[in-house]
Design a protein around this ligand. Structure first.
Ligand code: SF4
Length: 325
């Protein structure tokens, strides 16, 4: 069983929440809350520009998560300004930001260009750091050394899209890299002391529930600090939509109750050291082939998951094999 102080109910991550939540971790590490502002700096990715493929991953449509103020035709500074104005309406108290290089693969360019784009973001007075989203095959020793040096001057989180621990799935969704490449990128990042995060998707075609649940023990051993989980959302106009229309039985599109049960079981098996940033993705309904959850915002979803954890009197890492009771 996971370690828990029975009297005060303080969990291994130092508070009473039943999972190791990202905002608390971030505040512990950096002293305050910060809001991400997304930036689309006009990158592409090797799975789109022909280096590895041209069609991209089968589920990919960057428009489905890019905020409206993010357009590569605007400068990085302009996008940050507009993003801050957008967020100020919702989060009045936040006055520090992280520039989130989110769309496509944000380390896939020359060091000179990367350096210029990141420096432009960091030159904004309210930007305290960077979150850089990329693919495992878009980093190398030179880029990681550069990021290590940069991370000594600002907050820097390097976020990898990994999506599945199984090569058969990565092949099926046309990711264009293997799980071993993901592991190598994470290891090389850890060796340089970088703060790394990763995305995973649940419900990818060809994966059974058992296989998805087994990923908890694989992910638990990865050299990672934080994780984002997403349920598969089939986005209009993607190759995955075509596959889904041809063979819907091949897809396990979770309904909400199912996902809630699954994610609780998954959390119970997950290493308590890993910080969870998201449990779900939220593509706008107009992009979705099948809307199955109704309107639930990310904060409502977290509330529902926490309520369920409480109801079942369980917590992240309860059944993690490496944990000590
Ligand atoms: S999901 Fe990412 S890696 Fe895959 S095609 Fe889209 S931008 Fe490229």
């Amino acid at each position: 069983m996971g370690t828990v102080n029975e009297i005060s109910r303080v969990y291994p991550w130092g508070n009473e929440r039943r999972f190791n939540a990202f905002p608390d971790y971030f505040r512990r590490l950096y002293g305050s809350r910060m809001q991400k502002v997304s930036v689309d700096a006009g990158f592409t990715c090797p799975n789109r520009d022909g280096s590895k493929g041209i069609g991209g991953c089968n589920y990919c449509n960057n428009k489905a998560f890019n905020p409206s103020y993010c357009l590569p035709s605007k400068s990085v500074t302009m996008q940050i300004e507009e993003g801050i104005r957008f967020h100020k309406k919702r989060y009045r108290k936040v006055d520090s930001y992280l520039a989130y290089f989110q769309a496509y693969s944000n380390t896939y360019s020359s060091l000179d260009r990367l350096s210029a784009l990141y420096s432009e973001a960091l030159a904004h007075k309210d930007v305290k750091g960077l979150v850089i989203g990329t693919r495992p095959d878009c980093v190398n020793g030179e880029i990681l050394d550069f990021l290590r040096d940069l991370s000594q001057r600002c907050i820097l989180i390097l976020e990898f899209g990994i999506e599945s621990c199984y090569d058969k799935t990565l092949l099926r969704i046309n990711r264009g890299h293997t799980f071993k490449e993901a592991l190598d990128a994470l290891t090389a990042s850890e060796e340089r002391g970088l703060n790394t995060s990763a995305h995973f998707i649940f419900g990818l075609p060809g994966e059974t529930r058992e296989e998805m649940l087994n990923e908890a023990s694989i992910i638990s051993d990865l050299p990672l600090k934080s994780i984002k989980f997403h349920q598969l959302q089939i986005i209009k106009g993607t190759k995955m939509e075509e596959e889904y229309q041809k063979n819907p039985d091949d897809f396990e599109v979770f309904d909400w109750e199912d996902y809630l049960t699954f994610i609780i079981c998954f959390l119970e098996r997950l290493n308590p050291r890993l910080v969870v940033e998201r449990f779900t993705g939220e593509a706008p309904p107009r992009f979705l082939v099948k809307e199955v959850w109704g309107k639930k915002r990310s904060d409502q979803i977290i509330g529902l998951i926490e309520r369920k954890l409480e109801e079942l009197d369980t917590w992240q890492g309860r059944w993690y094999e490496g944990s000590k009771a």
